[in-house]
Design a protein around this ligand. Sequence first.
Ligand SMILES: [Zn+2]
Length: 231
Amino acid sequence: MLSCVYFQNKNRFQAVSRSGVPGPKDTLLRCIQGHSGQIAGQIKSRLAHTQILRAEQCPTLAHYTKTELLPKIIGYNMPGLLPGGRTADEPSQEGRRSHVHMSKQLVSATGVIPEKFRRRDVDCCIRLDSKKLLDDGCELSLSDADVVLADVDLPLPYIELVQLLKWPQLTMYCRPKDTDMAVREDQSVDCSQCGEIHELDTWVCLRCWEPMTIAAIHDREGFLPKTERKA
Ligand SMILES: [Zn+2]
């Protein structure tokens, strides 16, 4: 078993020895994170991981996901990010991981996704507001695999930015400043192309991909060759 811990290359397991001589009744092994179901229910995050107390410990907080899941995360009246990658139409947590997993790193300039988040089909980054989360009493912890964990729902007010990772790196959602929020009357926006209702600060329709804000039009036009830009 110790060789498993030693040779795994993704920082999945840890071993600790009381005496320094590994053996029965001396050595403990654990999976660092990613527990699910009943085992997850027995684990106390604040004991299993390092508590994050200040936003400076994780000024960048990014969850990596698939674009196809966005309508269930930031769509109109949707609940945001839920522990274990659960979506709004899957009420049961059974068998699911117990946390939202977040990276302290962004994708590099050359498009390399931080290690541990390189799952198949990951094409989208959701940036979260660590200061607001901590100010509002949300418990964040840092696993020994350098992953930030939250065991509560993270609704839209905590989501700062949603952006595609690959070309054309469109911004899908951008949270406005508090001062802008105060002067608004509408709570939603309809796509002029397909009629789908969205949260007000959604830049691009999650159903038909039509830009819905002036900024989104500029964002998209910037990536098109001059000949293909609208007059
Ligand atoms: Zn649309």
